[in-house]
Design a protein around this ligand. Sequence first.
Ligand code: CP3
Length: 350
Amino acid sequence: MTTLKNDLLLRALRREKVERPPVWMMRQAGRYLPDYLKLKEKYDFFTRVQTPELACAITLQPVDQVGVDAAIIFSDILVIPQAMGMEVLMEEGKGPSLPEVIQTQKDIDALRTDGAEESLKYVFDALSLTKRELNGKVPLIGFAGAPWTILCYMIEGKGSKTWDKAKQFAYTEPRLAHRLLQKITDITVHYLKAQVKAGADTVQVFDSWAGSLSPADFKTFAQPYLFQIADALKETAPVILFPKGSWYALKDLAESNASGIGIDWTISPKMAREFTGNKITLQGNFDPAKLLAPVSEIKKAVKKMIDDFGMQNYIANLGHGITPNVPVDHAKAFVEAVKEYEPSVVSSQW
Ligand code: CP3
């Protein structure tokens, strides 16, 4: 096994002392880099995802071109519904669509939970190839969608602002919702363990639509499954949970077996530290839209963000994915600002 030349991310997740915080950006692979857009013209989305050489090339682009401290494998959270037997289409400009949504217990019972290893072999091949190509340069992050977020797509069949059909299902048929959430959890645990076996150094669980739930409903339909995943992976690799919008759950999440929690920009770094009692590494929380501000503003805001989180037990990142309209120079400025960070005389106590 090659030793890592830059293991800042893993040290921050283990709560070890670092010289500076590690930095990466959610959705850094794909979306905004010109070299990605060239590949996008030639190959459709699932060809890019399912061809290990293409997925590997896309994964390495931000490491080589933007200087981030970690690579995240190019794939998608919706490969899990596919592996469970659902059709998933990705239409340009429209986002994902699942033509045959889940409605009944029969639909849920027909979903497979044993197929991950075989049908997602291309993800593991992409991870092994990328791990080899990285040659220890930076750690490799694997990922999956959280059960609640995957349920949202399975029930709605497409993106939504309110996720009201998914919520209607959960509130009307809670027994079926839990049955479905458990099946997604089971396959996700296998999938994440297999990603680690294939070369992922850590895994992130994206609960992108957790914030659509009230605190009580998050505790019912999202949190138990996030905890199960963190418990199951405890001996395997560090887990980062990213329940976007669920600031109210931070206190509980700090007690989980995860190693890190992703924070979005709707909560201040100081408050996030207060809620988590500095028990767990925090990741985030730069507003991705602020990457559209002038470079001087980006640099100032990054410094303030690190001052407020404190530079230990911290991973600099965005509060959600980078958007396609961000100029590459601005993404680079974000990364540089973290690398240039010098603590202020009066910085956070954390
Ligand atoms: O972080 C990375 O760069 C790795 C790759 C990655 C993709 N999707 C590639 C992708 C990751 C981590 C994801 C996760 C994902 N996919 C999430 C959770 C993270 C988040 O942003 O909340 C969600 C909700 C999805 C579902 C999904 N996939 C949507 C809503 C879309 C369409 C619009 C968009 O760009 O988000 C996709 C397509 C998709 N997945 C693209 C990329 C680069 C864009 C399509 C393209 O480039 O052809």
